[in-house]
Design a protein around this ligand. Sequence first.
Ligand SMILES: Cc1cc2nc3c(=O)[nH]c(=O)nc-3n(C[C@H](O)[C@H](O)[C@H](O)COP(=O)(O)OP(=O)(O)OC[C@H]3O[C@@H](n4cnc5c(N)ncnc54)[C@H](O)[C@@H]3O)c2cc1C
Length: 435
Amino acid sequence: MSLWWSLTDHPEFATKPLDQSWDVVIVGGGFSGLWCAHHLNTINPDLKIAVIEQSTVGSGASGRNGGWASALYPINDDKMISHFSAEIIASLHTQLRESIDEIGEFARSQDIDCDFHKGGSLQIARNAAQMSRLRDGLEDGYILLDESQTRAKINMNGAIGAAFTPHCAVINPAALIVGLALSLERRGISIFENTTATFSADNQVIVGDRFIAANAVVRAIEAYHANTREQLPIYSLMVATQPLPDHVFDEIGIANRETFAENAHLVTYAQRTADNRLAIGGRGAPYIWGSRRSDANESLAGMHEQIRVMARRWFPILRDYEFTHAWGGAVAVTRDWAAYVRFDGKYGELGGYAGDGVTLAYLAAAAMADLVTHKETRRTKLPFIQWRSRLWEPEPLRWLGVNAAIKLSEAADTEERVTGRPSILMKLLAPITGQ
Ligand SMILES: Cc1cc2nc3c(=O)[nH]c(=O)nc-3n(C[C@H](O)[C@H](O)[C@H](O)COP(=O)(O)OP(=O)(O)OC[C@H]3O[C@@H](n4cnc5c(N)ncnc54)[C@H](O)[C@@H]3O)c2cc1C
């Protein structure tokens, strides 16, 4: 179980008959599905909306992520610029930043105790190669910190610099999703848990052997859309410490609960929780043949241990403390690493957030609500609108390429540690990693 669910009670939702017709049926009770219901209800409170969730709300990635409500977008600007104007790309970044504040404001206005705190984020360099990549790739909204400025914020072993942005908040994602779901129920939206939906060939929703009548249908199942060449489930694993005494954070820093990551090729991410734990995540779990999902990939003991070892390398003081939680989940990665929000007038689908979905799902869902209600807004001009990535390669090429990329990312980090120069291996892998 994720740390977040161990700290958060799951509510009971009133049960109603599903056997009726709806204005909108949303399949998937994560951030995408629930925010979609929220935005639709904000546009038109009279819409009759059902959310169908196969397990419980937030049981997917939304209730087990790293809790970074960041303004990150998975694809770089220099990749987007060949398809979109600089104004549209700038608007995407602006809207992502605004979305963080809107999530915080929503939580405040609804009295949702999800520990939202906007302390910014640090991308930390621990060797010369990581530092030069930070410097070269410094984006708008980030400032470069030298070693002493970095250490004033975070005392990470070996840190020689960092990029800091104020545009990131921490949350307990399970608490946010419970608060969001309860707010939807109060507003008359029906949530059906433990109800699995399938789709007919013409994208109608089927539950059991019944078609559910709806004017519009939204598929919001992100990485659960598996066994396809449209996207891959890539696994991210996390661990969390016991609550740490104050003197530990006197040594470590992150006094403003800045999120942080090492600027390595193999993705890492961490937050200081409201109850003074460190929750730390990393990628590196193998990709499964055929883009299949497997719960076993969420609890790989070796991967969890690797993250604990990394954490103690960052902060040797952690050797004296226990790690109490270990969990994981999948994120969806499209071939060009771009997210998508598509609607054909009756059927819509959104996802492909590649591990940046906490804020992005809020914005993507707002755009989906605009499309469903036929509104033209600044959101319906964003790069993910009606975006269709090319397909991943057929097997065995996909399996070979993706697993090689995961392994070589690890090797590239070692190469950079040893040489101090940006990895040549990673340049070769750019077509797969999207970077
Ligand atoms: C370990 C981990 C750490 C992460 N850290 C961060 C982070 O710090 N910051 C960040 O921005 N992003 C992070 N992410 C990514 C982020 O959590 C996701 O992008 C986001 O939660 C996706 O939300 P979603 O609603 O689209 O998908 P999900 O939360 O996965 O929701 C999909 C829901 O659909 C349901 N479902 C699937 N199939 C069906 C069906 N047939 N019928 C009915 N229901 C169905 C599932 O049960 C699930 O509840 C992380 C992800 C993981 C796994």
